[in-house]
Design a protein around this ligand. Structure first.
Ligand code: UDP
Length: 405
């Protein structure tokens, strides 16, 4: 089992082992905030099926409104929320995830509305960006402090981007493991894990005889490794998830040949109650990932249903899974097969509790509220010092003799 990193006191909110640590609220009792939340333009909020970020945004908007804040959500068309919903584009783009055409259009339209609100005297106090890269690159062009949740990994592809533009917003990581991979020169001061509304997921104590793998058909997510582990254990495996653009050849070569409709079933993309039942009835969720996954909603969803998670100890899996308590951390497919035999000893109620105490939306929304207030306070200090710098300049000008230019 991988040892857990020691708590870092510089983090405002952090996952220290199994419990979430919150610093005392900076400004508890302060009034309601006007928050603009920027979702990506690809998939509506809430997501009809696949869509981790959209599910996070959905829950967070609702919880912020419950906490008395005024929230405007910029999202893909088809979105529904308790927040005021703005949909700058004409259509959602689930098959064009990452397209700069749609992302820049979406962000620029949102920025115009944030600008307009300020000009009309109803400025947003803070903008919370979940949308990708464009908004962060342009975060210093908007008249409100920006909080940017880093949903993707820090890696060789994104390192220079964050080094150049990271200072333009307050960066929030979604796991301690993600903070550990922050590139040099980039500052991440807060960790707020992704939320789940635990009470909306069914707890099931008696399980059916199948293992579950659910996610994108990307090799890093390891559907082919789950197939191997299930085969070694002699158990039935259900695979759920879409084959997205670019994943066709992996699916065709590494996954599809093993799908026989009996021992290995692929049921495609699932959503709603069917997805919840799939999580709740499974003997265990297999998570044979080979990447530094920044969070991993499917693990938290399985645990909320009382379903143990057997994972490789990569990225946040080593934080979410508490070895021997709510699942097991294993090195490879062979160890995963052995762990499947032992998984019946894990208590479903403990699985659910391990999520409720760390990731329930009530906990994480309070965390974000605290981050917003810190971002606003820092922004005010910055503005005050800029104003102070301008005073001597003005004095100098007025002290110059007339016609000195
Ligand atoms: N998901 C879904 N239907 C599917 C496959 C996945 O609704 O067929 C959801 C899953 O429940 C989770 C999200 O998509 O909420 C995936 O998020 P995760 O953080 O696990 O993975 P990533 O964001 O890296 O794809």
């Amino acid at each position: 089992m991988k040892s857990k990193p020691p708590p870092d006191p510089s983090l405002a909110i952090g996952v220290a082992g199994p419990s979430l640590r919150l610093l005392p609220a900076l400004s508890a009792g302060q009034g309601s905030l006007r928050v603009a939340v920027l979702a990506p333009p690809w998939i509506p909020v809430p997501p009809p099926g696949y869509g981790g970020i959209e599910a996070v945004v959905d829950l967070l908007c609702e919880a912020l409104i419950d906490r008395g804040h005024e929230v405007t959500l910029f999202a893909a068309p088809g979105s529904r929320s308790a927040a005021r919903v703005r949909t700058p584009l004409e259509a959602a783009h689930p098959d064009a995830i990452g397209s700069s055409l749609y992302e820049s259009d979406h962000v620029a339209c949102a920025w115009e509305e944030v600008d307009l609100a300020a000009k009309q005297g109803r400025a947003f106090d803070v903008v919370h960006d979940h949308s990708g890269f464009t908004a962060l690159a342009m975060a210093d062009r908007v008249p409100a402090p920006v909080v940017h949740t880093v949903h993707g990994p820090f890696d060789e592809n994104t390192e220079q981007f964050y080094q150049r533009h990271g200072h333009k917003a307050r960066l929030v990581a979604i796991s301690r493991s993600q903070v550990a991979s922050t590139p040099p020169g980039v500052s991440v001061t807060d960790v707020v894990p992704n939320p789940i509304a635990v009470d909306r997921w069914p707890l099931r104590v008696h399980k059916q005889d199948y293992l579950l793998w659910i996610g994108r058909m990307d090799p890093i997510k390891g559907a082919h490794r789950a197939i191997e582990a299930a085969r070694l254990a002699g158990r039935t495996l259900v695979l759920a998830g879409p084959v997205q653009t670019g994943q066709e050849s992996y699916y065709r070569e590494r996954v599809q040949p093993h799908v026989d409709g009996l021992r290995v079933q692929h049921i495609g993309e699932v959503g709603g109650t069917a997805k919840q039942e799939l999580f709740a009835n499974a003997t265990a969720l297999l998570m044979p990932i080979r990447w530094r996954e920044p969070f991993g909603m499917v693990m938290v969803e399985a645990l909320a249903c009382g379903t143990p998670v057997i994972a490789f100890p990569e990225g946040a899996a080593a934080e979410i899974v508490i070895d021997g308590e709510n699942g097991q951390l294993v090195a490879d497919e062979t160890a995963m097969a052995r762990a499947i035999e032992r998984v019946g000893s894990i208590d479903p109620a403990r699985c659910r509790a391990s999520v409720a105490e760390r990731y329930d939306v009530s906990v994480t929304a309070a965390g974000y509220e605290d981050v917003y207030r810190r971002a606003i306070a820092t922004d005010r200090i910055r503005q005050a010092s800029r104003a102070a710098e301008k005073v001597p300049e003005r004095r100098q000008l007025s002290a110059s003799p007339p016609g000195a230019r």
